[in-house]
Ligand binder design. Structure first.
Ligand SMILES: *Cc1c(COP(=O)(O)O)cnc(C)c1O
Length: 362
């Protein structure tokens, strides 16, 4: 069998969830959209079910998958409904629903529901992607409550630059949120992972009833490009690994792989690893990207191909056929691999496919 696989440590997932709660002092919706950032949404939800305050996904398709797997906790649809007709399923499965545009308010006013709906009303505080205009916010809030279709409204917004420690944008967005909110008394949800980890001072006045929405930090990857004190406490959940399936000795001057992107400067021992961009390893990773071979640091050399990549074994005489290679995980930081090739750990995780996922710590 091909030795490529993703090991998923569910104990680490729970550790990171508890950390999100501890650092924020708030309730936490575990964000498990996009198949839990490639980690397997159902397995991750089951692992957190006993302690999570709730889950968040992108759309109803993702939520129903969790309901059908027996997840009974609250599930928030982060983009609400895309079509009005989804409201009956939202009602039937008791899903929580973001309202981010005026037409969604109108759809709720028209809806025939068996039970009152829990709404998270989103205001655009400067991300300028979705969310109600600040000037429309309180009116939408009043209309939802007056509709008789809604039992409670959580006030919500989203940060655009919380991963930049020196940006004034998060404070500006918070001020705009507070202005839009005015004197509305309700639960509040503003923070994604970088805001939880990086901006404790901004939220000194929060209430214990507030909600945070940790995503990437649950999976143990830092959203910051630079070292960050709280992010250092995270534990990586996914270890992407494979094995050396072939070894060759090249004299100086010989190239390796497509496009001869690496040329041996000295006699070089090359290990071929069963892992490629079809598994989700980034094709743009450069020579020098860190890997670990049998517990020793080494580096990627040459271009990543679809099913294989090559690593430098020259200084690792003990390594050879069958040696275990970690592409990222406990020892090799997924964030370092990502930032090294112009990507982000979010995208690396979401791209993982073809490799079987093996779970521990259930
Ligand atoms: C994806 C998402 C999150 C989680 O973001 P992270 O940076 O992964 O923590 C939080 N809130 C909303 C609205 C999202 O779409």
């Amino acid at each position: 069998m091909r030795p490529a696989r993703a090991l998923i440590d569910l104990e680490a997932l729970r550790h990171n969830y508890r950390l999100a709660r501890e650092i924020s002092g708030a309730k936490a919706l575990a964000v498990i959209k996009a198949d839990a950032y490639g980690h397997g949404a159902t397995r991750c939800a089951q692992a957190l079910a006993a302690e999570a305050d709730g889950f968040a996904v992108a759309c109803i398709e993702e939520a129903l998958e969790l309901r059908y797997a027996g997840i009974r906790q609250p599930i928030l649809l982060l983009e609400g409904f895309f079509e009005e007709s989804e409201l009956s399923l939202i009602d039937q499965h008791q899903l929580w629903c973001v309202v981010r545009d005026a037409w969604q308010v109108e759809a709720i006013e028209r809806a025939r529901l068996g039970r009152p709906l829990r709404v998270w009303l989103k205001v655009d505080s400067g991300m300028h992607r979705v969310g109600l205009h600040p000037a429309e916010y309180r009116d939408a809030h009043a209309r939802l409550l007056a509709s008789g279709k809604v039992d409670r409204v959580v006030l919500m917004s989203h940060f655009s630059r919380a991963d930049e420690p020196d940006s004034p944008r998060s404070a500006e967005q918070l001020a705009l949120f507070n202005e839009a909110r005015g004197d509305l008394q309700a639960e509040v949800s503003l923070r994604n992972s970088p805001a939880i980890l990086g901006w404790p001072g901004l939220f000194k006045d929060q209430q214990a009833s507030d909600w945070v929405r940790p995503g990437i930090m649950l999976y143990g990857a830092t959203p910051f490009e630079q070292d960050q004190e709280q992010a250092a406490r995270l534990r990586p959940v996914m270890t992407l690994e494979s094995k050396i399936i072939s070894v060759r000795e090249l004299p100086a001057g010989e190239p390796v792989g497509y496009g001869a992107r690496f040329v041996a400067e000295r006699p070089t021992r090359v290990g071929v690893v069963a892992m490629g961009y079809a598994d989700g390893y980034p094709r743009h990773a450069e020579t020098g990207t860190p890997v670990m071979v049998d517990g020793h640091a080494s580096r990627l050399i040459g271009r990543v191909s679809m099913d294989m990549l090559t690593v430098d074994l020259t200084d690792l005489p003990g390594a050879g056929l069958g040696s275990r290679v970690e592409l990222w995980g406990r020892n090799v930081s997924a964030s370092a691999v990502a930032y090294g090739c112009g990507s982000i750990p979010y995208q690396l995780f979401c791209n993982v496919k073809r490799v079987p996922r093996l779970y521990s710590g259930a």
